[in-house]
Structures are given as C-alpha cells and as structure tokens.
Design a protein around this ligand. Structure first.
Ligand SMILES: Nc1nc2c(ncn2[C@@H]2O[C@H](COP(=O)(O)OP(=O)(O)OP(=O)(O)O)[C@@H](O)[C@H]2O)c(=O)[nH]1
Ligand SMILES: [Mg+2]
Length: 318
C-alpha cells in the first residue's frame, strides 16, 4: 500500500482498539503456552513400518530433524509467495536481504527478496525476548515479554520455493523431505491455487501430513479494490476499509475452496488470508489500528490451528 494512503488510513482511525489486541494476545499466548514444552510422544523407530511411516522416518533422518525437543513446521510453496517474510513476521523480526553481509543465525531473520531468495532449507527458532539495551526494543513492547511469545520448542523451516529450474515442482515434495514435518504451511500469493500448489497439496495428502493453506500479500488487494469500488478521488473511511478487508478475506477463502474441489483430498485444509506485512506492523506499533486488526486476527487463528494440528500429530505418535 503506498505510504500516503496508509498515512491517510492511520489518520482516519486514530487510537487503536484495546479489545482487539487483548483478544489477539489471548490467542497468541494460548498457542505459545501449548508449544512452550517439548512435544509429547516423540516418534520412535519401529521394527515394522508401513511405507508412509518409512517415508516420514527417512525424511527426518535426511533433515537431521530434532523431533524430541521441537515441533517442526515446514513453510513451503511457490517461489516468491512470501514464505520467508511470513516466517520473519511470525517471529516479529524485520526482513533482511540475501547479500554478502547476510549470515545465517537460527534466531535471526530469514533473507527475503523478489527473485529466488531461499536457495537451501534453513531452520529458525523464535528469538528470545529483547532486552531494553537493544536499540530496537522501542519498536516492540511485545517481544520483550517472553511470556507472551513462548515458542521455544518450535522450529520453523524455511523451504526454497518451487517452480524454478533448481526446484521443479515434480520432485519438490521428495527432495525437500516434506513428509518429515509435524505440520506444513503452504503459502501462496494468489487465492486461485495454481498448478504448483495443487501438485504439492496432492503429494502432501498422499503422505498424510497435515497442511494449512495461507494466502499471503492480501494487503496488495486493498487499494485496487478501493479504487474500483469508490473511484479514484474518494477517501475511504474506516468502515469502508473494514468492508473491503472482510471481502478480501472471504473472497480468498472461497477461491481456495473452489480450487480444492476437484483435488479430492482426504483432509480439508484450513485456509487463512493474511498479510505478513500487516501482522508485523500491528505487533510492532505502539498504537494499534483497527484496520490492521482484521488481517491480524487471521494470524491469531492461524497460530491456534497450527498448534492444534501439531498436537493431533503427536497424539498419533507418527
Ligand atoms: N505487499 C506484500 N508483499 C509481501 C508480503 N510478504 C512478502 N512480500 C514480498 O514478496 C516478495 C517475496 O518475499 P519472500 O518472503 O522472499 O518470498 P519467498 O516465498 O520466501 O521466496 P523464495 O525464497 O524465493 O521462494 C518480497 O519482495 C516481499 O517483501 C506481504 O504480506 N505483503
Ligand atoms: Mg524465501
């Protein structure tokens, strides 16, 4: 969203909503608390295995995955969908470029960019709370409090995007060992799922891995929709934006459901329409705006869903 428009929205809204943030804090805390202990029932090697279990165990070995101390979530999807940005936003970190100065650090940000940025899989943990001596700590009153974000037993894996020469979709599932994860998050930048997403979903379903679909970059739909609905010169009010954002979320979910119809998956993946940008902005901002809240709530619900999926998987001990 261009800055003048965003500034106009902020001016139009004024002080934020206290009710909104407290509900969101509740949702995040609830999810965090559940994932703040090592996962129960770490899957053990078995003598007799079905081919699916074998696939999972081989994939975990290949990734050297710690399934005893961590819940492992894989973020997959097509190139440029916003996977790495999503991972940074979730962990309340700013984006960085993949330049010569970048050094991978498990607690640091994932590099982001328009052109095939994530080349190799990398795993990330949630950074510990910031101390007040951190020069950036004024940006976030939230992350200073470790109680709020207690995801210390969560490992989030940033997986290279598919659909490139180096990562063709046909071999993506196997090559990236997607069967290994407690839950996969398929990130897409458009709500009508294309060939890549459909192929990945079918492979995921065959392996019986849980998957959640996240349609990212929904902030990009706000301005075109406003222009179409209200014309170039109209300055939309808060309730106009609320309507538009609600429409964007609902339309994205319906488009995904339609795209799933002929795939005949055995699971019905939950779908969330988000803006990785808006969530992070909302969490960082001292003054919360009602506008960002709508996308932000999708994030809260997403966390809850992810937690439940991980719990279910561990209950099954696979
Ligand atoms: N407007 C908008 N842009 C976003 C959002 N999330 C990501 N982007 C932009 O989309 C581009 C791609 O983001 P990445 O996070 O690097 O995408 P990726 O899926 O990790 O890409 P690969 O690693 O190359 O597969 C970057 O320019 C991001 O800044 C969002 O929520 N809103
Ligand atoms: Mg990436």
């Amino acid at each position: 969203m261009p800055l003048p428009l965003f500034a106009a929205i902020l001016i139009g809204i004024g002080a934020g909503s206290v009710v909104g943030i407290s509900v969101l804090v509740g949702l995040v805390k609830q999810s965090g608390r559940k994932l703040s202990k090592p996962p129960p029932n770490p899957p053990l090697s078995r003598q007799k295995q079905t081919s699916t279990l074998q696939l999972i165990e081989t994939a975990r070995k290949e990734l050297n995955m710690d399934v005893v101390h961590f819940y492992n979530f894989g973020i997959c999807g097509a190139q440029n969908a916003g996977k790495s940005t999503f991972i940074n936003s979730l962990r309340l970190l700013d984006d960085v470029n993949n330049d010569t100065e970048f050094r991978y650090n498990m607690f640091g940000p994932a590099p982001t960019g328009e052109n095939q940025t994530t080349i190799e899989k990398q795993k990330y943990r949630f950074p510990p709370g910031r101390s007040s001596s951190d020069p950036r700590s004024d940006r976030s009153s939230i992350q200073e409090n470790e109680d709020f974000y207690p995801f210390e037993h969560v490992m989030v894996w940033d997986i290279p995007g598919c659909g490139t020469r180096d990562h063709p979709v046909a071999t993506y599932f196997k090559r990236e060992h997607l069967a290994a994860f407690d839950c996969l998050v398929l990130v897409a930048a458009t709500a009508t799922l294309g060939e890549y997403e459909r192929h990945i979903l079918q492979e995921i379903d065959k392996s019986k891995t849980s998957v959640i679909i996240v349609i990212n970059k929904r902030d990009g739909c706000i301005e075109p929709k406003c222009r179409k609905k209200f014309g170039r010169h109209y300055q939309p009010a808060l309730h106009d934006y609320k309507l538009i954002i609600t429409e964007i979320i609902n339309e994205a979910k319906t488009a995904v459901q339609d795209s799933l119809l002929d795939l005949n998956l055995t699971q019905t993946p939950e779908v969330f329409a988000i803006s990785a940008y808006n969530y992070r902005d909302y969490m960082f901002r001292q003054t919360k705006t009602e506008l960002d809240e709508l996308f932000t709530f999708e994030f809260g619900d997403f966390l809850k869903c992810l937690t439940n999926a991980a719990e279910e998987r561990r209950k099954k001990n696979t």
